[in-house]
Design a protein around this ligand. Sequence first.
Ligand SMILES: [Zn+2]
Length: 233
Amino acid sequence: MSKAKQLHELQEIDLDIERKTKTLAQIRSHLGKDDDLVAARAALDTALKHQIDLEHQQRTAEWGVDELGTKIAAEEKKLYDGSVKNPRELMSLQHEIELIKGHHGEREEQLLAVMLKVDTAQQDVTSKQSELKAMERDWQEEQKQLSMEQTELEANLATLAQKRESLRSLIDSVSLKAYDELRYVKQGLAVAKLVQGRCQGCRISLPMSDQQKARMGHKLATCSNCGRILYMD
Ligand SMILES: [Zn+2]
């Protein structure tokens, strides 16, 4: 294998390591991250408190209606059982019953309005509960998937690191130094392919002398424009 080919192979491994390391970091940042679930649980909690509050209001309203109903029954009993005989008193009793009936009707309307609100609140809680359940299921599935990907990437990276080391051990230190320095200054691309006389690193057509050097392969040839190490298949 020519030196340029070895360096190109090394570069492929280095680029692969970079990509996989980046992906692994993304996966690690997603593992255990459950902000959305926490927010959904908080929303459900708020909806439940609202429901409980409304149910309490409903019970209070029911008691109010019952109380007035009992009062009306008691007053009407007085009206008909003959215990009040004075016509003026009877008139005033009748008037009072009408007043209470008016209140009773108002309370019943208020009760109905609260019952509707309770109904809406219960539906809201139910839908938030099933949303949360679905989210939790998805989250667990996603975490399982991410954790599997993490394990796989870690294994791949370990293999790549071994490959990298054994390949580097085959290359002389001067070439390695040139490669490492070029990779640093050329954003990771130290070795460029030469395709149809054109450097794939800078896209410039090279003079025949450069192409010739790259073709020979026994010494490292570099692009006279961008300085990258040239590699031919
Ligand atoms: Zn070039």
